[in-house]
Design a protein around this ligand. Structure first.
Ligand code: PLP
Length: 397
């Protein structure tokens, strides 16, 4: 055993402990439900991405069981023997749903972003990425070795200055990439303006609808569709792990882009296709997403009530305008103590700390579900009023 490595790993872990950024695993039961069980305690689940409750829906579970009769695994990469007819039909349905020429399925959202960005971009290209984009976008850009201009969060002037400079420098291929709904702030990208800028500078635009898919748009297509912008965005991606309640991801866009990715995307080529059960569940979840108008309405109403309740109490909800409602606490230790305080009172609100969010902005990230009971949410709102008094007197510091 290498003593050098052992000492190094222990030192790094001790450093995380000192900063209050140490992470550990906590098993839960009934994670798919609006109230789950952790450490033997029932907690109102305000920390999952299961926005429509589909992860626990009998139809979606049944579809997995039915599909699993065909086999446990997909046996190979899509390009070898893993290309099940059910994936092909899913991709046709996805393109139809998104209103794009083509669509393709990935193993996960992380794999999609890492693979897509590293396949599209090379050393000679320039990419423009919002400061608060998801880690998978950041990693994909790093892997691509393209020059990157990280623009300040939602700052169009900062973005445009970078675009202008790139054009002056004679850069030919430019790509703007953004989350549609920012995962830790719950605010949204100025998609209309991004489309304007990308057209003005001849750039391409890729939008990550991880938290928009299923939640926005008349058929849950995402935020871009709800703004009527789908046609003007070069590539949209999203995951099946959030509002869909399953696993896996998609990319949708022009046929040329999708055919290129099938040929060049390493996280698509060099990995085994999703198993039949997962594809079966995604098909069923898509049915529910498409006709999920009432679920979306219920989710949005609950989120609005929750957000406004917290704002009235004076909490900094960091620009939230969606089902993701953070309260910014500050230090990592303080946010962890706050989370424990909530847990002792029957609420699961996980502390989100660096490097997931910038230093000094540790927070509790609440996320709403269409299936939450209104009484439970009211109780949480009341409790947060009390918690705020404790927080103001520095009880968690
Ligand atoms: C969760 C998330 C991903 C990754 O998706 P997975 O399917 O969980 O791997 C990508 N982008 C954003 C914005 C996300 O929030």
């Amino acid at each position: 055993m290498s003593e050098v490595w052992q000492a190094h790993l222990e030192k790094e872990l001790a450093q995380l402990e000192r900063e209050g950024n140490f992470r550990s695993l906590h098993p839960v039961e009934e994670a798919q439900q609006p109230v789950l069980i952790r450490g033997g305690r029932r907690l109102v689940n305000l920390s999952s991405n299961n926005y429509l409750g589909l992860a626990g829906h009998p139809d979606v579970i049944q579809a997995a069981q039915t599909a699993a009769r065909r086999g446990a695994g997909s046996t190979a990469s899509r390009l070898i023997t893993g290309d099940d007819e059910a994936v092909e039909s899913l991709e046709r349905r996805l393109a139809d749903w998104k209103g794009t020429e083509a669509a393709m399925v990935f193993g996960s959202g992380y794999m999609a972003n890492v693979g897509i960005l590293s396949a599209l971009l090379g050393r000679e290209d320039m990419v423009f990425s919002d400061w608060l984009n998801h880690a998978s976008i950041i990693d994909g850009i790093r892997l691509s070795r393209a020059a990157c201009h990280r623009y300040r969060h939602r700052d169009l002037d900062h973005l445009e200055a970078g675009l202008k400079r790139a054009v002056q420098q004679g850069k030919r291929r430019l790509l703007i990439v953004t989350d549609s709904v920012f995962s830790m702030d719950g605010d949204t990208a100025p998609l209309q303006d991004l489309v304007f800028l990308k057209e003005k500078y001849g750039a391409a635009l890729m939008v990550d609808e991880a938290h928009g898919s299923g939640v926005f748009g008349p058929r849950g297509e995402g935020l871009a569709a709800s703004l009527g912008l789908s046609d003007r965005i070069d590539l949209q991606m999203g995951t099946f792990s959030k509002a869909f309640g399953v696993y896996g991801a998609y990319a949708a866009g022009r046929e040329t882009w999708i055919r290129y990715l099938v040929n060049k995307c390493r996280s698509f080529i060099f990995t085994t296709a999703l198993p039949p059960a997962v594809i079966g569940s995604i098909h069923a979840a898509l049915d529910h997403v498409i006709r999920g108008t009432e679920l979306r309405q219920s989710l949005n109403e609950k989120a609005k009530r929750f957000r406004e309740g917290l704002q009235q109490q004076g909490w900094d909800t960091s620009g939230s305008e969606t089902q993701i409602v953070p309260i910014v606490i500050g230090g990592s230790r303080e946010a962890s103590a706050f989370s424990r305080y909530l847990e002792e009172r029957g609420i699961l609100g996980v502390a989100i700390r660096p490097p997931t969010v910038p230093e000094g902005t540790s927070r509790i990230r609440f996320s709403l579900m269409a299936t939450h009971r209104e009484e439970d949410l009211e109780q949480v709102i009341n409790l947060l009023k009390e918690a705020r008094i404790s927080w103001e007197v520095g009880r968690f510091a």
